[in-house]
Write a protein that binds this ligand. Structure first.
Ligand code: C5P
Length: 253
C-alpha cells in the first residue's frame, strides 16, 4: 500500500489544488486562503510560464509543490529540464509517458542525480498516461488505437517498467491501472468533479469519493475549488469525500 492510502492518512495530504491562475500574487492569495486544509499545490504551465522558479519558492512555503510541466521532448532535453526542476525543491513532477522508455529513464535518473548532488528531494517523477480531456473521438483524431482505458493501461505499464514512481490517470482508469501496477505505484487523479458539477473541458470525470474508492492516492482539483464562491469550503467538502463515511457509524436510536 502506498503511503497515502489507509485510514490513518490525513486527507489533506491527498488533496492537490491546481493553481491555474495568471499571476503569482493571485496564486499566493489562493494558497493562503486554503492554508491548513490543503497539503499540496500544483504549479502548471500557465503559472510557471508567468512566474518561473519564483512561483516554486513562494508556493513551497505554503505546502508541497507538484510541478506539472508534462515534459515531452528528446531524452537529453527532458533529463536536463527535470534535473533543473528537481533542484528547486519540488515534491512531484510530470513527464508524458508517450515520450517513451528512454525519455522517462532520463527523467528518473536526472531526479536521482539532483538529489545526490544537492540533498534536496528526491522529487518523484510520474508519467501522464492520457489527458483527462481526451475522449474516444480525440483518440481517433490523433490516430491512437484502442479505448482510453487501453491507452492508459499501456502507458502506465511503460511508465512502471521505466522506473517512474507512478502515473497520472483519469478516475475512470484508476481501478484497472491499480490492479495492473500494484499497491505501491503512485496514482494521481485529475478530472475530479462534484456530483452534478460542470465538467468544463474535462471528458473522463468522477467524484472525489469514487476516485478514492477506486484506488487513487492523490487527487488534483482545480476549478471546482479555485472558481468556487468559497474555495476553502469547497476544499473542505472534497476532504470529507476523501475521508469517506466513518468506519463505525453510530447505530440509529
Ligand atoms: O480545473 P480542473 O480540476 O479541471 O484542473 C485539472 C488540472 O489537472 C489542470 O491543471 C490540468 O492541467 C491537470 N491535468 C489534467 N489531466 C491530466 C494531467 C493533468 O487535467 N491528465
Amino acid at each position: 500500500m502506498s503511503e497515502w492510502q489507509g485510514a490513518r492518512t490525513d486527507p489533506r495530504d491527498r488533496l492537490i489544488v491546481a493553481l491555474d491562475v495568471p499571476a503569482l500574487d493571485e496564486a499566493e492569495a489562493l494558497a493562503d486562503r486554503l492554508r491548513g486544509v490543503v497539503g499540496w499545490f500544483k504549479i502548471g504551465s500557465q503559472l510557471f510560464t508567468t512566474a518561473g522558479p519564483r512561483a516554486i519558492a513562494a508556493i513551497a512555503q505554503r505546502g508541497r509543490v507538484f510541478l506539472d510541466m508534462k515534459f515531452h521532448d528528446i531524452p537529453t532535453t527532458v533529463g536536463a529540464a527535470v534535473g533543473a526542476a528537481a533542484r528547486h525543491g519540488i515534491a512531484l513532477c510530470t513527464v508524458h509517458a508517450s515520450g517513451g522508455t528512454e525519455m522517462m529513464r532520463a527523467a528518473r535518473e536526472a531526479a536521482h542525480r539532483a538529489f545526490r548532488d544537492t540533498g534536496v528531494g528526491p522529487a518523484r517523477i510520474i508519467g501522464v498516461t492520457l489527458l483527462t480531456s481526451i475522449d474516444e473521438r480525440t483518440l481517433r483524431e490523433i490516430g491512437a488505437a484502442g479505448t482510453p482505458t487501453d491507452v492508459a493501461l499501456r502507458l502506465a505499464h511503460l511508465a512502471r517498467a521505466a522506473g517512474l514512481d507512478g502515473v497520472v490517470v483519469s478516475p475512470l482508469e484508476v481501478e484497472p491501472v491499480r490492479a495492473a501496477c500494484g499497491p505501491e505505484f503512485l496514482l494521481v487523479c485529475p478530472g475530479i468533479r462534484p456530483a452534478g458539477g460542470a465538467p468544463d473541458d474535462q471528458r473522463r470525470v468522477r467524484t472525489a469519493s469514487a476516485a478514492v474508492r477506486a484506488g487513487a492516492d492523490l487527487l488534483v482539483v482545480g476549478r471546482p475549488i479555485t472558481h468556487a464562491p468559497d474555495p476553502r469550503r469547497a476544499a473542505e467538502e472534497i476532504l470529507r469525500e476523501i475521508e469517506g463515511p466513518p468506519a463505525h457509524p453510530r447505530a440509529p436510536t
